[in-house]
Design a protein around this ligand. Structure first.
Ligand code: NAD
Length: 430
């Protein structure tokens, strides 16, 4: 099938490359000409394991193309996936202006029957808005269908997640659209759930909110463990082995960040309010998540006392490991709070430093983890990159001014680190 994917970000680029590797001819479109120029040279605008090879392979096989000319891509495609950003507005609602712009251009350029698929995460009723927008700007009699196909991939494992999802959700209003989309996803051999568009839109928000709820739940338990001198790791193990609960998303820490959970949660709460339902549960999830950064800052304060006169070595800036994505990363608020108190910050992240450099002022970016430790009064861990788990802690101890680690991701075993002579603080494991 001839497909186009509009938006070459974390979702669009991965989806485009994967859909091409399933045998479709795919044109990936982005308004950002710099991104398209990079992609045409075989260079990736984002860090995502395995993506570069997949893109280059499909370009070589002439199944994957890049352009900033949306109009031409529309004319050549049967199915158009919209994967542009849906960032938060100050009131928490999703900014759907990018989606609207794309829908309008599609409408103006449609020359044959098109299936327009929302892949971006959008609030319920967006499908209807896309329908109305296209009807308004399309030539009389133009034939099209709108469908919803929310994406569940995670940054860091995006290619694997796209190719091996737990399920594919198709929000459709006709057998014709359902069959076309089923045909695209059939090679994945995974359960396909076809629903109406509204339900598909809610499935995405409900899934992300549920996962966010699990994280806030274990963080609340972690605070309780701190107070009760229990171990949240052991509690999570015992709780997670119950198959009704499951072990995933039960890692206590400094809370969730990234481009999905915070904004999708806020959008779902906002949407519920609009529909007349006060989603108190999700407001508590948000509150616990926000509070977790304060809990962590307090631990740093307890560990080294007057933060203002100290140098803090920070390991990890991206919102999670294996990505360079800095959007809504907890590191932003934490580092800015430390700097506001007068602390100097030396930081290292394996892949996020170029993006972090555009956000932070006066942070010394170091060439590796050990360099971030050198001369610091405390080592702070904000992202659980694998390489941090394998550090030579004896060397770390020699480089630090004081042997103090405040671990926001619980990557070390307390007894092992303390046996090396560190004062070690982590989350819910006092
Ligand atoms: P992103 O910001 O990385 O990518 C969006 C891209 O769209 C950008 O490259 C931007 O230049 C492009 N764009 C904007 N307007 C355009 C236009 N008019 N024409 C062509 N291109 C245009 O965003 P993302 O992380 O890929 O997220 C996209 C959507 O997918 C969001 O709704 C997000 O919530 C959802 N989502 C994201 C993830 C994730 O892990 N990042 C996972 C599932 C769903």
């Amino acid at each position: 099938m001839k497909l186009s994917v509009v938006g070459c970000g974390y979702v669009g680029l991965v989806s485009g490359a994967c859909l091409a590797s399933l045998g479709n001819e795919v044109v990936c479109v982005d308004i950002d000409k710099r991104k398209i120029a990079l992609l045409k040279k075989g260079k990736m605008p984002i860090y995502e394991p395995g993506l570069g090879d997949l893109v280059r392979e499909n370009v070589r096989r002439r199944r994957l193309f890049f352009t900033s000319d949306l109009k031409r891509a529309v004319r050549k495609s049967d199915v158009i996936f919209i994967a542009v950003g849906t960032p938060p507005r100050p009131n928490g609602g999703a900014d759907l202006s990018f989606v609207e712009n794309v829908a309008r251009t599609i409408a103006e350029e449609m020359n044959s029957f098109k299936i327009i698929v929302e892949k971006s995460t959008v609030p319920v009723e967006t499908g209807e808005w896309i329908q109305k927008t296209v009807e308004r700007y399309a030539k009389k009699g133009a034939k099209f269908e709108v469908a919803s196909n929310p994406e569940f991939l995670r940054e860091g494992t995006a290619v694997k997640d796209f190719m091996h999802p737990d399920r594919v959700i198709l929000g459709v209003e006709s057998k014709k659209a359902e069959e076309a989309l089923r045909q695209i996803y059939r090679p994945l051999k995974v359960p396909i759930v076809a629903t109406d568009i509204r339900s598909a839109e809610i499935i995405k928000h409900a899934s992300n909110s549920f996962l966010a709820m699990k994280i806030s739940f274990i963080n609340a338990i972690s605070n309780l463990c701190d107070a009760a001198k229990a171990d949240v790791g052991q509690v999570a193990l015992g709780v997670g082995l119950d198959r009704r609960i499951g072990p995933a998303f039960l890692n206590a820490g400094i809370g969730f960040g990234g481009f999905c959970f915070p904004k999708d949660l806020a959008a779902f709460i906002h949407l519920s309010e609009k529909l007349g339902y006060d989603f108190e549960l999700l407001r508590a999830v948000e509150k616990i998540n926000q509070n977790q950064k304060a809990v962590f800052l307090k631990k740093i304060d307890q560990a080294i006392w007057n933060v203002g006169s100290k140098t803090i070595g920070v390991l990890g800036l991206s919102f999670k490991p294996d990505t360079d994505d800095m959007r809504f990363a907890p590191s932003i608020e934490i580092i800015e709070a430390l700097q506001a108190q007068g602390a100097r910050v030396r930081a290292f992240d394996p892949h996020a430093m170029p993006k972090a450099g555009e956000i932070f002022k006066n942070v010394v970016f170091c060439k590796d983890s050990y360099s971030a430790c050198r001369g610091s009064d405390c080592l702070v861990i904000l992202t659980e990159w694998d390489e941090f788990k394998k550090l030579d802690l004896k060397k770390v101890k020699k480089l630090l001014n004081q042997p103090v680690i405040v671990d926001g991701r619980n990557i070390y075993r307390p007894e092992e680190v303390r046996a090396l002579g560190f004062r070690y603080f982590s989350m819910g494991r006092s």
